[in-house]
Design a protein. Structure first.
Length: 224
């Protein structure tokens, strides 16, 4: 039996009161941190100094999602700051395997993220080099968007490859995930779910995390 992992995105949190908001999502499996540089995506969030500070107050492992250019230059610093998992975008590097190996060497899990328009095939060939593959189910940059249906084909395709090769690789989805679709996306193969507004909209966030986890776990265990 697979238990799904829920990673609330702090893109929906109160940026001035992270520590207080972290406490409200302490029942999550991971805390998803979107780092945006206003170049790779049209939005700006925060960088390494803020994440290093979050690392000191977080009740759960930080799952860093780098939506930034020059990932070779910047990603290792997040691993050095103690992040549990560091995910960089496939579109930002010509040497994804070398970067993943560097992150693992420092001691972080290495993840690779794929935008909705990026072909998944080349990355399926190098899947064993990663601890996680993140399929973006919206265009990265802003929270609160609707899930793009055609991205789910990539989820199913990646799950088939992970299972066929018996890989220990997490399959994460990010974008438009909520209680209306999480079970279906889990049934297609995802096991790790980023949810922003779907968690933070509920005043009782622990209750919402439990609901999402239950629905996703049911989907994981109904795979064909």
């Amino acid at each position: 039996m697979t238990t799904a992992r829920i990673a609330p995105s702090i893109l929906s949190a109160d940026f001035v009161n992270f520590e207080a908001d972290f406490a409200t999502i302490a029942s999550a499996d991971l805390i998803h941190v979107d780092v945006m540089d206003n170049h790779f995506v049209p939005n700006l969030t925060f960088g390494l100094p803020m994440v290093a500070r979050m690392q000191q107050v977080t009740p759960k492992p930080l799952d860093i999602h780098l939506m930034i250019e020059n990932s070779e230059r910047w990603a290792p610093g997040y691993a050095e700051a103690g992040a549990y998992s560091v995910t960089f975008h496939a579109e930002t590097t010509d040497a994804p395997v070398a970067l993943a190996r560097r992150l693992r060497e420092i001691g972080a899990r290495a993840g690779i993220a794929i935008k909705p328009g990026t072909d998944i095939e080349p990355y399926l060939e190098i899947l064993p080099e990663f601890d996680m593959l993140l399929v973006m189910t919206v265009e990265p940059g802003f929270g609160g968007q609707s899930l793009i249906e055609h991205t789910l084909e990539k989820v199913a395709k990646t799950r088939r490859r992970i299972d066929a090769e018996k890989l220990d690789v997490w399959l994460q989805v990010d974008g438009g995930i909520d209680e209306s679709n999480i079970e279906r996306v889990a049934a297609l193969g995802a096991d790790t779910f980023v949810a922003g507004s779907a968690v933070f909209k509920n005043p009782n966030r622990a209750e919402q995390i439990a609901l999402l986890r239950d629905k996703a776990t049911a989907g994981c265990n109904h795979r064909h």
